[in-house]
Design a protein around this ligand. Structure first.
Ligand SMILES: *Cc1c(COP(=O)(O)O)cnc(C)c1O
Length: 471
């Protein structure tokens, strides 16, 4: 036994001998030499390992060895950040890149970034301009605010606002709103990073306007309300409405800030997504400043948007932190194009993918599921079975934590295997598919699978079926 193992081991070629095989040369033409050498070494090591462990009792054909090296090279040279198919039904999925961009936004990114632009150049005067000018008027028009500013993301917007308004002074926040958004964004930590002192008032479940009133001192700089994005407190609860906070702030001469999290520019209640005032309404209610994300409900690129009173926003434009938090031109181009779509609400609902997915009717979704199943069935092997089930999707992005939107799910069954192996196989495809397992079923939600994804989904299902059959 040992002797025969050593026999096989001695037949495994040395690295430079392998390059004498005719099939190996094309690899050197297609991939960088150091990568090829590494892939060859790794593959030969793996072969030796398999022989020693007894998993391999015969050396594979040369062509099979080349195929292994080629697969290793493709794995190593494929981009790390890549497209995937979101079958989770979570529309604004932070781990999956939040909002897909509208066509107009993609075009703007292309046009602006392929060449030079007037990013900070005033074409009217021929002098230096401001990068913020490209979206400020639009934001004021869409929200009714006096002034606006944009930064890298909403976390940056909150840090900038707190640093500008409350450094070295007190900020009053309800204990029911000391949220952690994930990725280490926690209100108390952000507060201390900004040099502001957190003054907690009320209780986890109940905070009243009198709690804010009694906490106000000479060092109070700001009353802050934070959208409890990703959780809900239910039962015996109370919170001070923004209107009451605004009235109190107004009387005391203290600005009121709302971290709205998702920030909504359109009333979505006709689509069963209710209870969330628009940013315009929040400003009308009396908030001096509202901050929100560009890539959550808004459906644009990563951005942090600040809108509100001129006297509050103007000093932020000269704050030293702004340079470090500033938005880049690609995102700025995408944001401007996305905001322009909001000038016509019907256009925004039709063309911004996030809004489109959130407002699809159950009938439309079941129609899409039917079309997708028909498309796939005609092309997939018999071993793959597809079954439609009613289910629920969620908005995600910390926008409506309790919201469940009726949808149609497609269960994927592959003969002779389990839901968790299907999940793993689809996740490992060239274009990965992300679904979920619920009650021993592997499910994908058609709400987040665009028509443009159908062909890629077919490819991935075929790839997964082959992968699972080999095992
Ligand atoms: C999401 C969120 C943030 C962080 O926004 P980013 O754009 O991800 O930086 C801050 N506050 C609230 C309430 C949020 O929901």
């Amino acid at each position: 036994m040992i002797t025969s193992q050593q026999d096989i081991l001695s037949q495994i070629p040395k690295v430079d001998r392998l390059f004498e095989w005719p099939d190996a040369l094309p690899l050197l033409e297609r991939f960088p030499r150091p990568e090829v050498l590494l892939a060859v070494r790794l593959t030969l090591d793996r072969l030796r390992e398999s022989v020693r462990s007894g998993a391999l009792t015969r050396l594979p054909e040369n062509s099979a060895v080349i195929a292994m090296i080629s697969a290793e090279l493709h794995r190593r040279c494929a981009p790390s950040l890549k497209r995937l198919i979101n079958g989770s039904g979570v529309v604004v999925h932070t781990n999956l890149g939040r909002s897909p961009l509208a066509h107009a936004a993609l075009q703007a990114v292309n046009t602006v970034s392929a060449g030079y632009s007037n990013l900070e150049f005033n074409l009217d005067t021929g002098e230096r301009g401001s990068r913020y000018s490209h979206v400020e008027d639009l934001l004021c028009e869409l929200t009714g605010s006096e002034a606006a500013l944009v930064v890298n993301n909403n976390a940056a917007a909150v840090i900038l606002a707190l640093s500008s308004l409350a450094q070295g002074r007190d900020v009053i926040v309800s204990r029911g709103e000391l949220v952690e958004i994930g990725g280490s964004f926690r209100i108390p930590d952000v507060m201390s990073q900004s040099g502001a002192r957190l003054v907690e008032v009320g209780c986890t479940n109940r905070t009243h306007i009198r709690d804010y009133l009694t906490a106000i001192t000479d060092s109070t700089a700001l009353l802050l309300k934070v959208h409890t994005s990703n959780f809900a407190i239910v039962g015996f609860t109370a919170e001070a409405p923004l209107a009451e906070m605004a009235a109190l702030g107004n009387k005391a001469g203290i600005p009121v800030m709302l971290d709205a999290g998702s920030g909504c520019l359109i009333d979505l209640s006709p689509y069963g997504i209710g209870g969330e005032p628009t940013v315009r309404q929040q400003l009308e209610t009396g908030a001096d400043i509202v901050t929100f994300s560009g890539d959550k409900l808004l459906g644009g690129p990563q951005a942090g948007i600040l809108v509100g009173k001129r006297a509050v926003i103007e000093p932020m434009k000269r704050h030293p932190l702004l340079r470090a938090l500033r938005m880049d031109k690609l995102n700025l181009a995408a944001l401007e194009a996305t905001l322009r779509l909001y000038r016509d609400q019907r256009q925004a609902l039709a063309e911004i993918p996030t809004l489109r997915m959130l407002t699809m009717s159950p009938k439309e979704l079941s129609g899409r599921a039917e079309r997708l199943v028909r498309y796939l069935r005609r092309r997939l092997p018999e071993s793959v079975a597809l079954v439609r089930h009613p289910g629920e999707s969620s908005a995600g992005g910390g926008s409506f934590p309790l919201l469940q939107l009726p949808t149609t799910l497609i269960e994927i069954k592959i003969a002779g295997t389990t839901p968790s192996r299907i999940e793993a196989a689809l996740r490992s495809c060239a274009i990965p598919v992300i679904g979920r397992i619920h009650r021993e079923r592997y499910l994908i939600d058609v709400r987040t699978i665009a028509d443009a994804d159908f062909a890629a989904l077919l490819d991935s299902l075929q790839e997964a079926a082959i992968l699972l059959a080999e095992k």
